[in-house]
Design a protein around this ligand. Structure first.
Ligand code: ADP
Ligand code: MG
Length: 678
């Protein structure tokens, strides 16, 4: 008998290979699979008779296969499967590309259910590349109703994953309800088992929201429990008090090549005051990309070092850590400070030889013992999350003291929301950008204007600027429509810009190689850098003036806004050029969505628009706008965020280590392990 803790490989048709692929997604037992939530639905609830079909409709049709055959198009080098199906009203032409096995799986006489968009080809109604399944009984999983889509890994298909989950969905009834009954009642939530069943296989649109709301609350509640526990713990600990070094701070500011903005000054002052206390600071410094958070952090570090204590600065990637290392060396070039770099690849023998240690989270993960660590700064904290917070608190276990904590984030959320979501942090905000900035000019570019755009880029490079090109995927095989970095790099280097030096950067490269590429781009040894989204966070190359984004519709607006922040970081007028994938695949809706980037320059506003425009079919999460812990809840679940904070605080107040709530404690542990892996 299969139960919640059974191995996934015990399921029918999973096998060794399937189990290995599922493990890549972090799925090992049945329970994992139940909690692997879809991120989107295809809406195939409309069922049509063939005679009623209209061009542009997305619908489901059912019929008998009359004929099916493979053709080869030599010109386009693709395989085409053509079929004709009919119901009692009419017949319809179907075309699939590069799936020759279909002609083996489907035979004339088979009854099939097809779902997709109706188009017109040579004056005839046609369905191109529809989803299909044979009709045996009444239970259609892939082509009728709201069809869940899951994040996949190479080698695994939506159909397989759906089939596996469909087999075990009733086991959801055995999942223990861990949320206290009184909370469920008070907030008005559905129970966990029902929520799981509805989120995977909703009967209709009305099923989705209550399920999402319940699962979103669970997620927010666990996060709040954790941050309230941290808050409680910190309130009982000591910190090293750092005396304000007025003269040295003024000297430092006076030596900068620019004037600090008022917001920078105010933020720095709030931080310096916190550092003076013997209670640990817990502060979030929020400022949009390019607002100049680094120099504020540097002022805090300066005060720590002159007090003969140590400071650590952690970044989410090696590239960023190295960049911080360089910019701190530059900012402190007139001081005697010793700055060390510690990452997965750059080791330090004795961290205590340095005043400032810059690195990735290798700093807190390896058992490095930094004595007299008075200040821990985390850049782009959303990449670390609440769990790493705990690690920093546990960092120096020797005495009762905890380093002051400063977190830097570019996630531009309003104060009220930030306070609700980061209940345990105080807040400093840099609102205005430095004065020398010209607003970035953003343009949605049509395929027909591609050459023009390339000419423009050529001129920019000739006048000394550098260019980013962003592509959504690494390998060509992932998806035929979108540009892959490797192919695009080759194309640009060989066909379009043979006269320029072009670099390549993606997440699957070794970190040493990534570093080398970034460094040489920063040093102007390359004119163009073709990259995947690894470039997204924090990279500072002020000389770059154009960012060209391929397959732009594949990214969230908030993420595109982050990309855009890679340029416009100096006095040079900068440009963001958005290229959607092949135009016929881009609906008006997509174009409207991307168009918002031309109009707005406010990341929060963009995230909001994105959520609205994505509509009911897309459910999920804010992993893109900077909260990897929020798989299903969104930043705009403001009421839920507030309520989850209240309920969590009420529990922690009387039961701060959850001793009286064993089930909650267990769940929190599981949740921490899970986000820890990500
Ligand atoms: P972010 O907030 O995105 O981390 P950075 O700290 O990397 O931004 O700063 C972006 C760029 O702006 C850097 O090159 C930095 O030297 C510069 N900068 C910071 N503050 C100012 C200022 N007040 N005036 C002009 N340039 C500034
Ligand atoms: Mg930064």
């Amino acid at each position: 008998m299969i139960n919640l803790s059974s191995k996934i490989s015990d399921l029918s048709r999973v096998g060794k290979v399937g189990a290995k692929l599922l493990k890549k997604l972090g799925l090992e037992n049945i329970q994992d699979l139940l909690f692997y939530l879809p991120f989107r639905y295809d809406d195939f609830s409309l069922i049509s008779k063939i005679a009623d079909l209209q061009v542009g409709q997305t619908t489901n049709v059912r019929g008998e296969i009359q004929l099916i055959q493979n053709k080869r198009s030599f010109k386009r080098r693709i395989n085409i499967t053509e079929a004709l199906i009919s119901d009692e009203t009419d017949s319809l032409k179907i075309i699939w590309f590069n799936q020759p096995f279909l002609a083996k799986n489907l035979k004339p006489g088979d009854l099939v259910s097809l779902a997709g968009r109706v188009s017109e080809s040579q004056g005839q109604l046609t369905m191109i590349s529809p989803q299909y399944e044979k009709v045996y009984g009444a239970d259609l999983v892939h082509t009728q109703g709201l069809i869940p889509n899951y994040h996949l890994t190479e080698g695994l298909t939506q159909k397989q994953l759906r089939y596996f989950i469909k087999q075990i969905i009733t086991l959801a009834d055995g999942v223990p309800e861990w949320l206290p009954k009184n909370i469920i009642k008070k907030i008005g939530l559905i129970d966990l088992a029902t929520a799981l069943k509805k989120i995977h296989f909703p009967k209709n649109k009305e099923d989705v929201e209550p399920a999402r709301r319940r699962l979103a609350f669970s997620e927010l509640f666990l996060r709040q429990l954790k941050s309230q526990m941290i808050k409680k713990e910190i309130s009982e600990r000591q910190a090293i008090s750092i005396k304000f070094q007025e003269a040295a701070t003024k000297d430092f500011v006076g030596g900068l090549p620019f004037q600090l903005t008022d917001d920078q000054k105010k933020a720095a002052w709030e931080i310096i005051q916190d550092l003076g206390k013997a209670r640990p600071m817990s502060r979030l410094l929020e400022g949009d990309v390019g607002s100049g958070k680094t120099v504020v952090a540097a002022m805090a570090m300066l005060n720590v070092v002159i007090n003969k204590k140590r400071a650590a600065l952690m970044a989410p990637t090696e590239i960023l850590a190295e960049q911080h290392f360089n910019s701190l060396n530059n900012l402190f070039k007139n001081s005697e400070f010793k700055i060390g770099l510690l990452t997965g690849t750059k080791k330090i023998k004795d961290v205590n030889e340095f005043d400032i240690i810059v690195g990735t989270h290798a700093i807190i993960q390896k058992k490095v013992n930094i004595e007299n660590l008075a200040l821990a700064i985390v850049d782009e904290q959303h990449r670390f999350g609440v769990n790493q917070r705990q690690q920093i608190i546990d960092f120096n276990k020797k005495d009762d003291s905890v380093p002051h904590f400063l977190s830097l984030t570019a996630t531009p959320i309003p104060r009220s929301l930030a306070l609700a979501i980061y209940g345990d942090l105080d807040l400093s905000i840099i609102k205005t950008l430095p004065k020398n900035r010209k607003p970035i000019i953003t343009k949605l570019v049509k395929e027909t204007e591609r050459q023009k755009a390339y000419n423009f880029i050529r001129e920019q490079i000739k006048s000394g600027r550098q260019i980013f090109v962003i592509c959504p995927l690494i390998d060509e095989s992932d998806n035929l429509e979108t540009k892959s970095v490797k192919a695009e790099h080759k194309r640009l280097a060989e066909e379009i810009f043979p006269e320029f030096k072009i670099g390549l950067l993606h997440g699957k490269m070794k970190s040493a190689d990534k570093d080398a590429v970034m460094k040489s781009f920063s040093n102007k040894e390359m004119d163009i850098l073709v990259s995947t989204s690894v470039i997204e966070v924090g990279i500072d190359v002020p000389n770059a003036s154009v960012i060209l984004i391929e397959g732009a519709e594949r990214f969230g607006l908030a993420q595109l806004h982050q990309f855009r922040g890679r340029v416009g970081r100096s006095e040079h007028q900068s440009y963001c050029l958005l290229f959607p994938s092949k135009e016929e695949n881009n609906s008006d809706k997509t174009m409207d969505r991307l168009g918002a980037l031309e109009k707005y320059n406010d990341g929060f506003m963009l995230a909001k628009i994105d959520l609205k425009m994505r509509g009911a079919g897309e459910i999920y999460g804010d992993t893109q706008s900077g909260f990897p812990e929020l798989q299903i809840a969104s930043l705009f679940d403001y009421e839920l965020i507030k309520k989850s904070a209240e309920e969590a605080a009420a529990i922690i107040k009387i039961d701060s280590d959850l001793r009286a709530h064993p089930l909650l404690r267990e769940k929190l542990g599981e949740w921490e392990d899970k986000i820890h892996l990500e």
